[in-house]
Design a protein around this ligand. Structure first.
Ligand code: MN
Length: 462
């Protein structure tokens, strides 16, 4: 069946339902995906119950109600179909909305109703994108949900490699622009935090640009800006990128290009698309653009409050927003602690990767993000692998890996590296994406696992 036929089949399956249970992932993609599905289904008059899970394993599956409701798994499920069968889920009453590698159940069982863009060659689209296409198939009034689909896609870094959304995700972007909820800033400066971060910080900590005198040096970045006439609004209060006029932005871009060219730096990743939300209040700046909105959802999920993120996706700008802002501040502080711990402690450098074990010092839900941030301050040429205790099971270790787009373009695939390394050890499971991946392994396999991953990476580089 084609992608469109899969979408239609899923739409047909939900239309006749009265009750649906959504099981979704706790990250920005999973949270926005759930909000798209729940709102679209509510508009059909269907009663919805949601269960957010950190991962799909036999334990979490036990928490799913054994009732007559249709089950929709979103942002997970494709890789766990055999487990779903073993847990007794009825394939004709279960829809999987996903974008991870699909592994059908063993021969003999009926297939699930699965809508997975990856099965149709669309690598740069997330579960929120698939959920949106299903919502739009149900009713075209749901095009107002395109904004949430953009947030999910950006949250899952679908725009990172090409520095813009492509393929079906780009078509969803067009719906968002048409509905008026999304504004596209095309080929804009490739920095993070355009609505909330003081500009010197944004410039100093861009992962993609090496600007001599500016990168990793916020004071240097401030001086750089002052030289071209961009100054603090008040003492110590710098404007954010969104505050600058068109002319000021042009000035910054020209100065950045000049500085990079003068030092022979690669400028190919200097510009990226930004997705702005003009309907969001400037006083709630964390929601003004897709990547910062996604960060807020991620912080809700990673601190075990995904439903707060869900409330924000549904439009709560008072109680849930206030609480989420508080969590976001805490989230940033903790990630910063992880990053500083890594850079202060130092990592072990192997032939093809960096690694560090942080034990039980930090929540296992944020160490991967901290490692990603630390990477630009370490040797960004090699992927980083970080290990920590699994908070749910002390006999297990959680592994996270991060790398940069240039490394991926040289043939490195972290998802493949971790999955392959898992095959060589018992009770290991891993997955993710080329640029960011994770695994759970038994604690006593740590050493051997690291060596295996390094060896696999060596083959990938070759
Ligand atoms: Mn996802």
């Amino acid at each position: 069946m084609s992608f469109e036929e899969d979408i239609r089949a899923a739409a047909d399956a939900v239309r006749s339902c009265e009750e649906i249970t959504i099981i979704s992932h706790i990250d920005a993609d999973g949270i926005s995906s759930e909000s798209i599905l729940a709102q679209a289904l509510l508009r059909q008059g269907i009663h919805i119950t949601t269960k957010f899970v950190r991962q799909l394993d036999p334990l979490t599956l036990d928490q799913i109600p054994d009732d007559s409701s249709l089950k929709i798994f979103s942002d997970l499920g494709s890789g766990q179909q055999q487990m779903l069968i073993e847990k007794g889920l009825d394939p004709s009453r279960t829809i999987i909305i996903d974008h991870h590698v699909s592994q059908p159940a063993e021969m003999g069982s009926d297939p699930f109703i699965e809508v997975n863009c990856l099965n149709h060659g669309h690598e740069k689209m997330s579960a929120a994108g698939v959920s949106y296409l299903l919502a739009r198939e149900l009713d075209t009034i749901n095009t107002d949900l395109a904004k949430l689909a953009i947030i999910g896609n950006v949250g899952d870094m679908m725009d990172r490699e090409h520095l813009c959304l492509i393929g079906p995700a780009r078509e969803i972007l067009r719906d968002g622009i048409t509905s008026g909820a999304v504004e596209l800033w095309e080929h804009d400066l490739n920095i993070y935090g355009i609505s909330t971060r003081p500009l010197p910080q944004s410039l100093a900590y861009s992962d993609d640009m090496e600007i001599p005198g500016v990168s990793r040096d916020p004071d240097g970045a401030g001086k750089f800006l002052e030289r071209i006439g961009i100054t603090p609004l008040q003492p110590n209060r710098w404007p954010v990128w969104e505050d600058l006029s068109f002319d000021q932005k042009q000035q910054v871009c020209s100065a950045v290009i000049e500085q990079m060219m003068a030092h022979g730096k690669d400028t190919t990743r200097l510009f990226a698309d930004h997705y702005l939300f003009p309907d969001e209040d400037k006083h709630q700046a964390s929601l003004r653009n897709a990547s910062e909105f996604a960060t807020m959802l991620n912080s809700c999920g990673r601190w075990q409050r995904p439903e707060l993120g869900g409330a924000i996706c549904r439009g709560d700008r008072v109680a849930a927003y206030r609480e989420a802002e508080h969590m976001l501040r805490n989230h940033r502080t903790k990630i910063r602690e992880v990053m500083l711990y890594i850079t202060d402690t130092g990592v072990t450098e192997l032939s093809h990767m960096l690694y560090i074990h942080v034990g039980g010092r930090f929540p296992d839900t944020i160490v991967g993000i901290g490692a990603g941030m630390a990477l630009s301050r370490l040797n960004p040429e090699k992927p980083i692998l970080i290990m920590c205790e699994d908070s749910l099971d002390p006999s297990m270790t959680k592994v996270s890996m991060r790398t940069r787009p240039e490394v991926v373009s040289r043939g490195v695939d972290l998802q493949q590296a971790l999955s392959q390394a898992c095959e060589g050890h018992e009770n290991c499971s891993g997955g993710g994406h080329r640029i960011a991946a994770g695994a759970f392994i038994p604690r006593d396999h740590e050493r051997a696992f690291i060596e295996d991953v390094n060896r696999i990476l060596a083959q990938q580089y070759a």
